[in-house]
Write a protein that binds this ligand. Structure first.
Ligand SMILES: [Zn+2]
Length: 321
């Protein structure tokens, strides 16, 4: 059955036709420039002094204190990769911000599926590490209510095995007759989404427990300061838990209460993340947890008006680790 998506079908067809050719060089240069800039403010990995210098025309940076020389990609997710930094960022953007599958993304590169897949996954971990630092710098005094909701349906993974690839891939069993969201029992996860201003946090939790809301709320609090009001729909009776005494319930029969309380932002988030998740045709449990976090943070950067700039920052700040 052809998968109807909310958007992105035309792009998928053009990619299948191999009519898109990438030109990563301008991004390569931008990333090199920003990594070198970051290194000039970072402590030398060898002597700890802030004395790194760089020059044009060479990927090398060096410490003027201890003379230690290394590549600008050190500590970044671009270190030791087959793909160039620009290619990596393009692959990641196509993964995180479009409905192209990793199989389709692979067609754009001179690399095999496994290389593109593992690169995206490892770079994704660096993105999530960097997001906290970058968000601290770009957020503008976020306050106001936090909307929280959980997906009505469960998303499930493929227990103990890599998810099947797309239809066109070679080999690979496990595709036969398995419908998209039915993995092995025990791997089903409920998605918890929280929105506060432009901040979006999505987590995958085991589900069926009122406490499952807490990690998402805690994360919103870490990223945006103390929570004041929490708005939710009171589904499954988790009202007793929720946040201290400062909560307001939207009853499911009404979209907006007389007081103006609603969870429309989270509802909107679900309408975006659901078609995005479908492109994976199932994910391992850790894969699902990692992907939905990424989606929330990528959406946040888009809403905060710092899409590519913010994304590159998240990769580059890894030099400070
Ligand atoms: Zn040094």
């Amino acid at each position: 059955m052809y998968n109807q998506t909310a958007f992105g079908g035309m792009l998928q067809d053009i990619v299948e036709l191999t009519s898109i050719v990438l030109r990563p060089e301008p991004l390569d240069e931008e990333i090199e420039r920003r990594c070198k800039q970051a290194w000039e403010q970072a402590p030398c990995p060898e002597c700890g002094e802030t004395a790194i210098q760089s020059g044009d025309g060479s990927p090398r940076v060096w410490c003027t204190n201890c003379r230690y020389v290394f590549s600008y990609t050190r500590n970044t997710p671009f270190e030791g990769r087959t793909l160039s930094p620009g290619e990596i960022v393009i692959a990641f953007v196509l993964y995180a911000d479009t409905l192209l599958s990793i199989h389709q993304i692979t067609q754009l590169f001179e690399a095999v599926y496994d290389t593109v897949h593992s690169t995206i996954r490892e770079v994704e971990a660096a993105f999530q590490r960097g997001f906290y630092l970058v968000w601290e710098r770009i957020q503008h005094a976020i306050d106001g209510p936090t909307q929280i909701d959980e997906t009505g349906h469960k998303c499930s993974g493929y227990k103990g095995q890599t998810p099947p690839r797309d239809g066109l891939s070679r080999g690979g069993s496990g595709e036969g007759g398995r419908s998209r969201w039915e993995g092995a029992p025990g791997d089903t996860m409920t998605l918890i989404g929280a929105c506060r201003d432009v901040l979006r946090v999505i987590r995958a939790e085991p589900g069926a427990q009122p406490e499952e809301l807490k990690p998402a709320l805690d994360e919103v609090e870490i990223l945006s300061g103390k929570l004041d009001e929490v708005w939710h729909d009171g589904w499954r009776g988790y009202a007793p838990l929720v946040y201290k005494n400062e909560q307001t319930v939207v009853h499911s029969e009404e979209f907006v209460t007389d007081d103006g309380v609603h969870i429309n932002q989270v509802e909107c988030l679900w309408s975006l993340v659901n078609p995005w998740l479908q492109k994976f045709r199932g994910l391992s449990k850790p894969g699902l947890e990692q992907s939905v976090r990424t989606y929330g943070f990528v959406r946040t950067l888009n809403l905060a008006g710092a899409p590519l700039h913010g994304l590159l920052d998240c990769f580059v700040v890894n030099v400070f680790r």
